[in-house]
Design a protein around this ligand. Structure first.
Ligand code: HGY
Ligand code: MN
Ligand code: MN
Length: 416
């Protein structure tokens, strides 16, 4: 089958307009987005996405985890579809492009093929995965994980948020729980376009990152228990300060990550202090340690040292401590064929590019377990993401979507 010509390009203004229109839904307080999963704004964003897909002639599917599928027919209805997509949910102080660029970049592929009345042998399906972020409901990439058979649907639907609201109940409440059995769909391939969420591509002056691997992730929830008491009248030797115990453990987390420089990273982004009152020694602190590395044995070493050193710190301070693994996945190597299709596309289109390892986790990391999968990245300004000031340029969005278009079309097979 013919390769797409180098003049096959997306409509960059249309893509940008759609990104800006979607950004109006679930606005943040500083120019970004707070469109957290299974909220009313998530439902609103889903409805807008569905209206665009239907306007583009797609037929819609919805599975029992709320994963959305917009299908453009191919000439061979029996051929497994090429899937393309990402996520529309955001962090509470999220940006306009994390995830959204991949979903709307996939829709732009469909829109461009419609403009040109181009046919492909394999159908193409644009996907919105529910709860990629894992911020309201841990773990991250929850629904693509259920789709890939990593989590059971029952376990996923029993996850609760900070207010005790159950995932399954919230999915049903917003009206986006489908009848389709999650994971029943079979894929010819899956491609995901995503912003880098780090500084490498911008610093190197590259338009495109060809993602060969995704680093592994480990989330350990730590609960330190001491004793609530008065910050003024409790003598220092009598204190059982869970907050201080957490501080010492987080210092150790930083040391552990640095000990595996330059690739390993570690921090805690989620911290709940109880009772969180100005004049009460914290009697209980719950926090999640996020370790990542491209090497599995490094992740395992960091997890083990957290437990060992954290226990020693708490023993010495007379504190109780528990450790619970609440999320994680091994480092990922993406499909060489799909990676090659993306790299050939960047070459053909004349975009500067380099291979890169993804620092963030993505739905593609799980889908890679059930279908040939690869990712393409574009830079983001100052490498900033998970921040309302997240920004990209129109040209970076164009480059990423052009490369995605070529790889998807080539993999789906152009029917002249
Ligand atoms: O945590 C991650 O890497 C992703 O942004 N959910
Ligand atoms: Mn993302
Ligand atoms: Mn994210």
């Amino acid at each position: 089958m013919p390769s797409p010509g180098e003049n096959l390009r997306i409509n960059a203004d249309r893509l940008w307009d759609s990104l800006m229109d979607m950004a109006q839904i679930g606005p943040g307080v500083a120019g970004g987005n707070n469109r957290q999963t299974l909220t009313d704004s998530d439902a609103e964003g889903r409805a807008l996405f569905q209206s665009w897909c239907e306007a583009a002639g797609c037929t819609m599917g919805l599975d029992s985890m709320g994963n959305m599928f917009a299908r453009r027919e191919g000439t061979d209805p029996d051929a497994l579809p090429v899937y393309v997509g990402s996520h529309l949910d955001t962090q509470p102080t999220g940006g306009k492009y994390d995830g959204v660029l991949g979903v709307l970049g996939g829709l732009e592929v469909i829109r461009t093929l419609n403009d040109l009345d181009m046919k492909t042998r394999h159908p193409i399906v644009v996907t919105n995965w529910t709860n990629e972020e894992g911020t309201r409901y841990a773990p991250a990439m929850l629904s693509s994980g259920v789709f890939a058979g990593v989590h059971s649907e029952e376990w996923a639907k029993d996850r609760v948020d900070a207010e005790g609201k159950r995932f399954g109940d919230e999915l049903s409440r917003i009206g986006w729980e489908g009848d389709e059995k999650v994971g029943a769909r079979k894929m010819h391939a899956f491609f995901e376009l995503h912003i880098e969420q780090g500084p490498i591509l911008e610093v190197e002056g590259r338009d495109i990152g060809i993602v060969t691997h995704g680093q592994g992730l480990s989330w350990t929830q730590v609960t330190v228990t001491g004793k609530d008491s008065h910050t003024g009248s409790t003598p220092m030797p009598m204190r059982r300060n869970a907050g201080l115990g957490m501080a010492k453990i987080l210092q150790k987390v930083d040391e552990i990550a640095w000990s595996h420089a330059p690739h390993a990273v570690g921090a805690a982004g989620h911290i709940d202090v109880h009772p969180n009152s100005r004049n009460v020694i914290p009697g209980k602190v719950v926090f999640t340690v996020d370790f990542r590395s491209p090497e599995l044995e490094v992740i395992q070493d960091m997890e083990a040292r957290l437990r060992h050193d954290g226990q020693a710190i708490c023993d010495e301070m007379g504190l109780d401590v528990t450790f619970e693994k609440v999320g994680g996945f091994d480092p990922v190597a993406f499909d060489a064929g799909c990676v090659g299709a993306l790299r050939n596309a960047a070459e053909r289109l004349g975009y500067s590019h380099q291979d890169i390892i993804s620092g963030a986790g993505h739905d593609a990391c799980w889908i890679n377990q059930v279908a040939p999968t690869a990712m393409v990245m574009c830079p983001c300004v100052d490498g900033l993401s998970h921040n309302e000031a997240e920004e990209i340029t129109r040209d970076w969005a164009r480059a990423g979507a052009d490369v995605l278009l070529h790889a998807v079309v080539e993999t789906a097979g152009i029917v002249a």
